[in-house]
Design a protein around this ligand. Structure first.
Ligand code: FAD
Length: 424
């Protein structure tokens, strides 16, 4: 998997002819890792914004009539929706991280639970479909959407394992591992996100949509009730975006949340860019290490962003030494890795920066780093600016309720995208 923008764009353009009615008709089929032509496989690139949602939507709309590609555009917007929802309900992430820690502690105390957990993550449950998907996840860092839904459902309702441990396992291994899409999809499958409405995997449905590769008839609990509801998640106002000041010595800090700084920042008039750095891998908030495919993708994607920004601005991008993207940072959850904060402050001071500009850190592992960085830089008279893309600023306010409310806004969002160049 080439974790570069060039590769992401090539995949997007190769998929464009299939993103219309073909996609709507065939997207739910999972015929196995060798037969993936019915879906785009773009999620690792979109997740890290090597390729952005508005440019994907614009490319698809330029190729197909809006009615023909509505399903594909809608799917792309699910990510925007989940992100916007989590931005306004950050406690869902905090609670999930605490849940992972609590359930991990149970694994130390309860041998039977630990055995069942090991069987699941090692693909030794005896359920052929589950075991095959487990092997695929670890080997490829990818699963088809339907397989994710079936697996999460089997994990929760048939294997009776804690949902947080399943979500953690996905997040660590998926090359597209996304705190919002992953956490909220698992909550949705369990019946926590849409209260009392859960997703039950049915053997007949698996047999149909895998083309008979799997047929777990009689093996699944198809009658389990939803998980008991958790306390309502408080909502918070969206953070106000800020803009970089022109004419002051500025450094760009790129993070895994947005690896296309050219479209975000290069066109900003008057910014005096004098330095750039790539923030290191900030972990997944897990007590366990990330999977090798996901780690390799993220490291290569960070390097690609650094290289592109260097080429666009002529700056040397600091990615070695103290800000080495290969440095494994201690599991962070909602805690900021102190050594990274100190390294960024040293970097900014050494280059006599007056502002550090970073893409908005979404709720997830990157946010605690930037939350800690703001005051740490301010102590040295340096301002941290978190800049938000216009696409996010336009979409997120509509993501406070259910998806169907948000879906009604997609037409306007994509029209605005064309009119206002929301790719910035
Ligand atoms: C339990 C569970 C966990 C998930 N965890 C993640 C995750 O960590 N990261 C992640 O990116 N997606 C996650 N998804 C969403 C979805 O499964 C993947 O985005 C999708 O399968 C990616 O494959 P694709 O690029 O071939 O999708 P396509 O079908 O080609 O869709 C095009 C694009 O639309 C977006 N998209 C499609 N479906 C969804 C969806 N349901 N939610 C959000 N965005 C979507 C993706 O950016 C995708 O690349 C999860 C879904 C479930 C049910």
């Amino acid at each position: 998997m080439g974790a570069t923008r060039t590769e992401g764009l090539a995949r997007l353009h190769a998929f464009l002819p299939h993103a219309g009615r073909d996609y709507a008709a065939r997207r739910n089929h999972d015929h196995g890792p060798q037969v993936r032509g019915n879906v785009s496989g773009l999620s690792p690139w979109i997740r890290h914004r090597l390729v952005t949602e508005p440019e994907v939507a614009a490319a698809v709309l330029a190729r197909h009539a809006p009615s023909a590609c509505a399903k594909f555009v809608q799917e792309v917007c699910w990510r925007t929706y989940w992100k916007g929802w989590l931005e306004q309900h950050p406690d869902a992430w905090t609670r999930y991280c605490a849940g992972v820690d609590a359930q991990a502690a149970r694994l130390h105390r309860e041998a039977a639970l630990a055995d069942r957990y090991s069987q699941a993550v090692e693909g030794r449950t005896g359920l052929a479909c589950f075991d095959a998907w487990a092997a695929e996840l670890v080997a490829t860092g990818y699963l088809h959407n339907h397989a994710r839904m079936w697996m999460a459902s089997i994990w929760i309702f048939t294997l009776k394992l804690p949902w947080e441990l399943g979500a953690d396992w996905f997040l660590r291994h998926l090359a597209d591992g996304d705190p919002a899409s992953n956490t909220l999809s698992w909550r949705w499958v369990g019946g926590l996100q849409t209260r009392g409405k859960h997703y039950l995997a049915r053997a007949e449905n698996i047999a149909e949509y895998t083309g008979g590769r799997f047929d777990p008839r009689g093996d699944l609990d198809e009658k389990a009730p939803p998980l008991p509801p958790d306390a309502p998640v408080d909502s918070r106002p969206l953070r106000s975006p800020s803009s970089p000041l022109p004419g002051v010595r500025s450094g760009l800090l790129t993070t895994l949340d947005d690896l296309h700084p050219e479209s975000a920042f290069a066109a900003m008039p008057g910014i005096e860019w004098v330095a750039a750095a790539v923030a290191p891998e900030s972990g997944t908030g897990s007590p366990w290490p990330a999977g090798p495919v996901a780690l390799a993708f993220r490291a290569a994607a960070l390097a690609d962003a650094g290289w592109r920004w260097g080429a666009a601005t002529g700056l040397a991008v600091d990615a070695g030494g103290a800000l080495d993207p290969d440095t494994e940072v201690a599991p962070s959850g909602n805690r900021a890795p102190a050594d990274t904060v100190a390294a960024v402050v040293d970097w900014a001071r050494a280059r006599d920066l007056r502002q550090v500009v970073a893409p908005h850190a979404c709720v997830g592992p990157t946010r605690p780093l930037l939350d800690a960085l703001g005051p740490a830089l301010a102590a040295h008279g340096i301002v941290l600016v978190q800049w938000q893309r216009r696409w996010d600023a336009a979409a997120w306010p509509h993501a406070s309720r259910g998806f169907f409310h948000f879906r009604d806004r997609i037409g306007q969002l994509t029209a605005d995208c064309a009119a206002m160049n929301l790719s910035a």
